[in-house]
Design a protein around this ligand. Structure first.
Ligand code: DNO
Length: 355
């Protein structure tokens, strides 16, 4: 595996590249053109400039997270082909710049959903948290208003104000999109992009839905082992792969994470590893990465990745906010750096004990 760190770009991230460079073992960043709307074309010049900036700091781009998918593709409207063509051209431009990993998601309307962005823990740190009761008492609009105030001025992926302004309309446009339709539309999209992925050796790594069930009545399909295997089979090309995100699949306690990893041998192109602490079946918070601080055994997760011969980029995922840091919720420097160091330690021990 290659330890990496997510970076949103100098215009958006509170963490500069030079600090990332000082995290032991981190040479690669996972980045994006965060100003791009879903469906927009990324030019080769823009990608090249991003690459130069990263390389000037002594790092390299290990992958893109995300190139977002336009709603027309997920809904399957007639104009989807325009956006698919843009996507294909973007992939081609990434390939020409020698970038071979793209993380994306197929969640309708929003990206990940949390009900609190700064829940206080006993030690004074704050974390992202989710409570089903809170969701049940909210509408998407009221939820946007309630979390926006806690975002430390950052723009949360998938919750951009311009999208939220159209939220009723967006919900309306998904009214006939069932899980089956969403699967069909994903298949259509993947079949169109696989040729360019084959040509440039680009690994597509779908990110799971977070949480791994339907919220606000929207369909959600990338949630468990059987659905992810259905997706792998329906477009059976090694470039059609997954981002294994323990914190997303882990939201559903029925998902056996090490077992899922083992079953996806050869198709995991990217891994997000972190812990969650369940307070009850439907209330969880994003704890520190350490196994003892949460509900998952991170050693078993790393061991499963080792056992399948995982060689792709991995990154610590959302961190707690500690030591008075002010940053995008989940994306501060300190706790993610602790996470990277902990995961590196687990990996070193696993490698050595298997020699
Ligand atoms: C949350 C992230 C997601 C992820 C996208 C991928 O912090 O893991 O926002 O980047 O779902 O498209």
């Amino acid at each position: 595996m290659e330890m990496t760190f997510r970076w949103y770009g100098s215009a958006y991230d509170t963490v500069p590249l030079w600090k990332i460079r000082q995290i032991p073992g981190v040479k690669g960043v996972i980045t994006t053109l965060y100003n791009k709307q879903a469906g927009e074309l990324w030019t080769q010049e823009e990608i090249h400039a991003l690459k130069e900036e990263v390389e000037a700091a002594g790092l390299h781009i290990a992958g893109i997270e995300s190139v977002n998918i336009h709603d027309a593709i997920k809904i399957g409207t007639p104009d989807r082909n325009i956006y698919i063509d843009n996507y294909i051209n973007t992939l081609e431009n990434l390939g020409k710049e020698d970038i071979h990993l793209v993380c994306y998601n197929f969640m309708p309307v929003f990206d990940w959903t949390r009900t609190e962005l700064a829940r206080k823990r006993e030690d004074g740190s704050t974390v992202l948290a989710y409570s089903q009761k809170a969701i049940d008492a909210l509408t998407p609009e009221s939820m946007f208003d309630s979390i926006n105030g806690d975002a430390n001025g950052a723009m949360l992926p998938g919750w951009e104000p311009e999208r939220m302004a159209r939220i009723k309309e967006l919900f309306e446009s998904y009214k006939d999109v069932t899980d089956e339709v969403l699967f069909e539309n994903l298949k259509y999209f993947l079949e169109k992009i696989m040729p360019v992925c084959d040509e440039y050796n680009i690994n597509m790594a779908i990110h799971p839905d977070n949480p791994a069930w339907s919220v606000f009545g929207l369909p959600r399909i990338i949630i468990n082992k059987s659905n992810i295997h259905r997706m792998m089979k329906m477009v059976d090309n090694p470039h059609n792969g997954v981002t294994f995100c323990s914190g997303s699949y882990g939201t559903n306690l029925e998902n056996d994470l090490p077992d899922m990893i083992r079953s996806l041998k050869g198709r995991i192109h990217f891994a997000h590893v972190r812990n969650l602490k369940f307070n009850s079946q439907d209330d969880f918070e994003e704890s520190a990465h350490l196994s003892a601080d949460g509900s998952f055994d991170l050693y078993e997760i790393m061991k499963a990745l080792y056992d399948i011969g995982f060689e792709g980029p991995i990154r610590p995922d959302h961190g707690r906010m500690i030591w008075d840091e002010v940053a995008m919720p989940g994306y501060g420097l300190y706790d993610r750096a602790l996470g990277a160091t902990y995961l590196n330690g687990l990996w070193e021990a696993i490698v050595k004990s298997n020699k």
